[in-house]
Structure formats: structure tokens, C-alpha cells
Ligand binder design. Structure first.
Ligand SMILES: [Zn+2]
Ligand SMILES: [Zn+2]
Length: 728
């Protein structure tokens, strides 16, 4: 009697399963690894991904295993390299495997849509259209459509609609044979590296940066350079080399950085096909762009965080612009960091990575110092322009109203009178603030340890995040007797309204999350700024990103103290990065720039390297503080967070976890403590910080918790954040 082995497939399916589930393979089916299939799960049918194929052995409970219903793909959608990346993400971030694998697929494919282009044609100009002078067209809207296509190249109808160009307008161009509709294709095309525009001549710094990058092996180049120092040209020339070798390039940019201008720089330079992947795309567009990348039609993919898992045949280079940017970290479900995932992916593939930033993260600087990364610094500002003048304004010695000093107010008036634009930066991030006296600058300290107390607005309490001491905030300043005590940073809340009264004659252009929610909205504000005469730009973190404000000659920073004195270990790094980036907005045009920084503690040692805009010395200083504390990049952190309608329940869960963790080797815990946003949507939130000097000890200690506690039960939920960006 002969026995044929029973064939099984291990398939990842959506749901909180630690690993893949096994299914029987029907006789007539050969599911390849990386293909999708339909499988029964409980009483539903779901889409899963085949991750392994094997013969059944004695451990399989064959009578319980169900067969695969149907195979959805003839060809694998994800290659083994990407499957390995997903597997690593699941292990590293201690999150279920299915989420990691499914993250690699766009929504339509996750839902079982066929892996074919969803038919949407693309509108592109004909040769006649490319050379047409817009004035020869009658309709204003037609002229706009023509101008847009001449500047940006081909686009899908939905993309055009997002830019305010309706069907009737581009259809008119098609009827006149100035444009045509072309079907998208997924034909694989060998990248050529052919240039549409000559490269710029590199200066010595740029040349040596480019020379440091090896093209045929895994290596990471940290490219550090202030705004305007020419990082992009280094990216472009490294990309040209990769494309010319017939390989493809993945470029990751921060969420708000994917503007039409960013894409234009790549499109203008390279003849090779480029696709963009960002959160503004419709599901169909994302599906199409993903397939174009997967089939090798696109030679360049430019995308935000989740694009890190885009399949690209013959991937030869990954570029991460603004590598320090917080938007690369996913803040829910699988909390991965796209930079770290990209580096793992490049390592597996044996290809180079460029990390670019004016203000690199301490993690990357540390890796550069210990030789794991190569490090190139671009010192020159383009055109040899000098850096702007940076000066502090001592708030203790100034008249001030709504957080604006007399001195800054006067300078604003003077710059506006000269026809210049002024940029005011408000720090609106939810920094955990200190409790402070706005008369003398006193700040509340913990009576039991060296830490500063953190003010929790919801509870109206000051809490020490180091030892857990909790108290009511002081009402009278122990130093000067004043009653004007408040959370640090609160003084500027009404600054914007005050500006309208003080400077009624100039427009106030806002850049913040409320005014701007999409890259297009940002673009409109940027255009408005370019066209405006004297104006005041008011904004938050968003203003710090590398936008060009040619007419800005004065930058006023109302309040950075809150970020510098926060109990969150990363907030000072972030604040220093912000200061450097915001200061970089001044004096980019012909006029010299001036930066005024208001502070209650202008003589504090933090400011010294920052005022000289010496980011290297600033980061060295921070690194030397983190080392003895065992904080990243010297030690490793995780945060456990819980929430529940009942505070005791949320706190008790973390307390139980803390007890367990303390019995494990090499683990320190802080908390549980109320989270800084302690109540959200009626839920009470708590946080437990877990620290270890060894990555493996941290993982070993946490892994059993993930297996033991369901993520959600009876109104209580919790999650784990490995390498958290915030700990409060
Ligand atoms: Zn005081
Ligand atoms: Zn304390």
C-alpha cells in the first residue's frame, strides 16, 4: 500500500493570530508562496497569503484542517524577500504576523480584488500639446489644464480632479488633439537611467558624499546637511547610477513632504517611469500604482511610510529623506518605524540606503559614530549664503502680552514695513508641560528626585514621571510669590488673535493641522505665500519642513521652553531639530535672515550650541546625557499602554504586567502612571515604560505578555509600542 503525503499550506489570515494557520491543499491546486487565496475561517471566507507549503506530519490535527477554497493569483504577489521583511516586523514589533503581511498589500488586494489594473486611463499631452502656447486657447480652465499637464506630465482623471481640473476641461484638450487618453500598463521595463535634464555640478562635499556610497552591497550613508546644502542633488546622482545599472529605486519622504514640487524634481531629471504612493490616493489609484511597481513598470517609487513594503523587482537603492521625521513611525496597530524596516530590507537585499537630514536622529548619529553607518556632512549652503542670525529674547526682562515680547513685536513691524514677510512659530505639539511661574520663570521640581514635574491637565495634577510622586500644582510661586502659575507654553494660546489686532493691514497665513490637512492644501498656502506682499505666516511643526519662503526675513519663535523642559526623553531632541529647521526658513531670498527666540531661560546650557546652530555639538550633548541613563540609542525602550472606562482596571493591568516584568532579567520599569492625555473618548489611559540595556532581554521579557493577555477584553484594551517615540 502506498501513501501519498497530505499537502498543507500555511496561510496568514486577518485576525489576532500569532502565526499562520494550516489548510489542506486540494489535489488540483498548486498555491505558490506569496500568492493570495480564499480560505474558510470560522463561518466566514477570508483572503489570506500563502507563506509556506509542506507535507502534513503527526502534529497536524488533520480532521480539523479545512481545504483552501480558491486560489486568487497565478503569480506570487509578494516575493520571498518581502515575506521575510514582514516576518521580521511581526517578530520585532511583537505583533500578529497577518497584520505585517497584509500591510504589504493595498486595500483592494487585501479584499480579494484581482491583481490587475483597475481600468483608469491617463491623460497625457500630445507632441502638439507639449509645445502649445497656452495663450492660443480660449477658455481659462482649458489653459489651466494645459499648463498643469505641461508642468506635471501625465495624470489620471482623479488626480486632475484633485487639482481642480474637471473632465470637461481636459476633454476639450483631447478633442483638439492636444491631449490623449492612454491606458495604464504594467509592462515590465528595464530602468535606463536616461536623464531629461543635466545633473548639477557637485561641490567637494557633495562629491565626497556620493563617493562614500557603495552601490553593490548593503551600506547606510547618513547624509547630513542644512536646508539648501544640496542633499537632493546627491540623491539624484546616486539614483541615476542605480537606474543606469538597470535597478530600481525606492524613495521615502515624510507625510507632508510629498508635494508636487518633490515629485517634479524626480520627474524632471529622469526619463524612467515614476509612481507616487501616499495617503491622498484613492484605493483604485493605490492599487494601480502598487501593481505598476510590482510588475516593474515603475523604475522609481516615491512614497510615504507604508510604501516601505512596496514590491520592486531589482531594487537597487533606498533613499529616506528627513530620516528623523516622526511620521515614519506608525502610531497605531503595528507600530513600525519605516526607516528601521527599510534598513532591514536593504540589508536582506544587499543594497545601499541613504538617510538624509539637516538634523539626524540620535539613533542614526550613534550608528554613524560607532561605524555602522557611513557619515557625510554637507556644510555649504547653496550660493554660499551665510546662516541667519539667531538671538534670544529674555522674557523675564521684557514686557509681554499673549506670549509676545515687546521686542519681537517691534521687529515684526519693522520687517513688514520694509515689505518683507515674517514667520512666527508656535509650539503646539502636546508636549507634556512643566508647571511654571510666568513672572519669574520658576518651574516645579520633584521633591524626591532630580526630575521636573509634569502637569496633567485632565487631572489638574503635577506628576513625577521618574519616581511617580503626584501632587496638586502650586498656586503661589515659591520663588517670587506671584500667582501667575500655568503650564509652560500656555501663554501663547491667544497669540494669533492678538496678531490680527496688532497688524490689521497684513494677511495672516496659517500653516497648521487645522488649516492644512492634505499636501494639496499645503501647496495652495505655499502659493498664496509666494504671491503675497508683506504677510505674517503663523504655524506649527508643519512650517519647519523644508519649504522655501523666499520673502521671509524674520523668524520669531514664541516658545520652545515647553519642549526643552519636558519629561519626555525625546522632546529635547525634537525641539532642537525644530529650532534648526525653523531657523533655516529665514533669509533664503536676497535679504539676510534674523531669528528671534523667546525664552524664560535664555542662559540655559541647552541653548548654547543651538544658538550657534551647531547641531553636531547639540546632539553630542544629548547623547552624553542619554548614555548614563541607559536611554536609546544606548538602551532599549518599550511602552505598554492601557485604556479603560475604569481607571483602576487600566492601572491594575499594567501593574500586573510590571510585577511580571520586574522578575525578568535585566528589566527596569517606570510606572504605571497616568498617560499625559489621560482621558480620551471617555477612557482612562495609563502607561508603563519598560527599559533594558539589551534588546534581546527586552524582547524576551515582553513576548510572553503578548501571548498571555488578549489585546482587548471587557472594555479594557492595551498595546505594546517597541522603540516608542514618546513615553508619556
Ligand atoms: Zn515666580
Ligand atoms: Zn520624582
Amino acid at each position: 500500500m502506498t501513501t501519498t503525503a497530505i499537502r498543507l499550506a500555511d496561510i496568514v489570515v486577518p485576525g489576532p493570530f500569532a502565526g499562520p494557520l494550516s489548510y489542506r491543499i486540494p489535489d488540483n491546486m498548486t498555491p505558490d508562496i506569496g500568492t493570495r487565496c480564499q480560505v474558510p475561517l470560522r463561518n466566514k471566507t477570508v483572503v489570506g497569503i500563502v507563506v509556506a507549503r509542506r507535507d502534513a506530519d503527526e502534529r497536524d490535527k488533520l480532521d480539523k484542517l479545512k481545504p483552501i477554497d480558491a486560489l486568487l493569483d497565478q503569480q506570487p504577489l509578494l516575493d520571498s524577500a518581502l515575506l521575510q521583511v514582514a516576518q521580521w516586523m511581526s517578530r520585532y514589533y511583537l505583533y500578529d504576523a497577518a497584520s505585517a503581511y497584509l500591510l504589504a498589500l493595498p486595500a483592494l488586494l487585501r479584499n480579494g480584488e484581482a491583481a490587475e489594473l483597475v481600468t483608469e486611463a491617463r491623460v497625457e499631452l500630445t507632441v502638439a500639446g507639449e509645445h502649445l502656447d497656452a495663450d492660443q486657447l480660449k477658455g481659462k480652465r482649458q489653459r489651466e489644464a494645459l499648463h498643469w499637464l505641461q508642468t506635471h506630465g501625465a495624470a489620471t482623471p482623479s488626480e486632475l480632479r484633485r487639482h481642480g481640473i474637471e473632465r470637461t476641461h481636459w476633454r476639450a484638450l483631447v478633442e483638439k488633439r492636444f491631449a490623449q487618453e492612454v491606458a495604464l500598463s504594467t509592462e515590465s521595463r528595464q530602468p535606463s537611467g536616461q536623464l531629461r535634464q543635466d545633473p548639477l555640478t557637485l561641490n567637494t562635499d557633495q562629491r565626497s558624499a556620493l563617493d562614500q556610497l557603495s552601490h553593490d552591497t548593503f551600506n547606510v550613508l547618513l547624509l547630513e546637511g542644512v536646508t539648501g546644502s544640496g542633499k537632493t542633488e546627491v540623491y539624484l546622482q546616486a539614483m541615476a547610477r542605480t537606474l543606469a545599472a538597470g535597478k530600481r529605486v525606492l524613495v521615502l519622504v515624510p507625510e507632508i513632504g510629498l508635494t508636487p514640487q518633490t515629485l517634479e524634481r524626480f520627474q524632471k531629471r529622469f526619463a524612467d517611469e515614476l509612481v507616487a504612493l501616499h495617503s491622498g490616493l484613492t484605493d483604485k489609484e493605490r492599487h494601480n500604482a502598487w501593481l505598476q511597481a510590482q510588475h516593474g513598470e515603475a523604475a522609481i517609487v516615491v512614497g510615504t511610510r507604508s510604501a516601505v513594503l512596496t514590491p520592486l523587482p531589482d531594487l537597487g537603492l533606498i533613499v529616506i529623506d528627513e530620516e528623523h521625521d516622526a511620521s515614519f513611525k506608525q502610531q497605531d496597530t503595528l507600530r513600525y518605524h519605516a526607516r528601521d524596516v527599510a534598513i532591514f530590507r536593504a540589508n536582506q537585499a544587499g543594497i545601499p540606503v541613504i538617510l538624509g537630514s539637516a538634523t539626524p536622529s540620535l539613533e542614526s548619529l550613534h550608528n554613524a559614530r560607532n561605524g555602522r553607518y557611513r557619515h557625510a556632512v554637507l556644510n555649504e549652503r547653496a550660493g554660499g549664503r551665510s546662516r541667519p542670525q539667531l538671538e534670544t529674547v529674555d522674557m523675564r526682562r521684557q514686557q509681554h502680552e499673549h506670549g509676545m515680547s515687546e521686542r519681537l513685536r517691534l521687529r515684526i513691524g519693522e520687517h513688514l514695513a520694509q515689505g518683507q514677510q515674517v514667520l512666527l512659530f508656535l509650539n503646539r505639539r502636546g508636549y507634556a508641560p512643566s508647571w511654571f511661574c510666568s513672572a519669574c520663570g520658576w518651574m516645579a521640581d520633584c521633591p524626591f528626585c532630580d526630575s521636573r514635574l509634569t502637569y496633567h491637565r485632565g487631572r489638574h495634577q503635577t506628576i513625577c514621571h521618574h519616581c511617580g510622586y503626584q501632587s496638586r500644582p502650586e498656586t503661589v510661586c515659591p520663588d517670587c510669590g506671584s500667582h501667575e502659575l500655568m503650564p509652560l507654553g500656555a501663554g501663547t494660546e491667544r497669540a494669533e488673535e492678538a496678531l490680527e489686532q496688532w497688524f490689521p493691514q497684513v494677511p495672516i497665513i496659517r500653516f497648521d493641522r487645522d488649516a492644512i490637512t492634505t499636501a494639496d492644501a499645503l501647496n495652495r498656502q505655499l502659493e498664496r505665500t509666494r504671491d503675497a506682499g508683506p504677510a505674517i505666516l503663523v504655524g506649527t511643526q508643519m512650517l519647519a519642513k523644508g519649504h522655501h519662503f523666499e520673502k521671509v526675513t524674520l523668524v520669531g519663535i514664541l516658545d520652545l521652553d515647553a519642549g526643552l523642559f519636558s519629561a519626555d526623553f525625546r522632546s529635547r531632541e525634537r525641539t532642537g531639530q525644530l529650532l534648526v529647521q525653523v531657523a533655516g526658513r529665514a533669509g533664503r531670498g536676497d535679504a539676510a535672515g534674523e531669528v528671534l527666540l523667546q525664552s524664560w531661560h535664555p542662559d540655559h546650557p541647552f541653548f548654547e550650541p543651538l544658538l550657534k546652530q551647531d547641531y553636531q555639538r547639540f546632539s553630542d550633548q544629548l547623547l552624553s546625557e542619554r548614555q548614563p541613563a541607559g536611554l536609546p540609542p544606548y538602551g532599549f525602550l518599550a511602552c505598554l499602554r492601557s485604556d479603560s472606562a475604569y481607571p483602576q482596571q487600566a492601572e491594575a493591568l499594567l501593574a500586573e504586567m510590571a510585577d511580571y516584568l520586574l522578575q525578568q532579567t535585566g528589566i527596569r520599569v517606570f510606572g504605571p502612571l497616568p498617560a499625559i492625555l489621560s482621558r480620551r473618548a471617555g477612557k482612562h489611559r495609563f502607561v508603563l515604560v519598560v527599559q533594558s540595556d539589551k534588546r534581546s532581554q527586552l524582547h524576551n521579557a515582553l513576548e510572553p505578555l503578548v501571548r498571555h493577555y488578549p489585546r482587548q477584553q471587557r472594555g479594557l484594551s492595551w498595546h505594546l509600542d517597541i522603540d516608542p517615540l514618546e513615553t508619556l
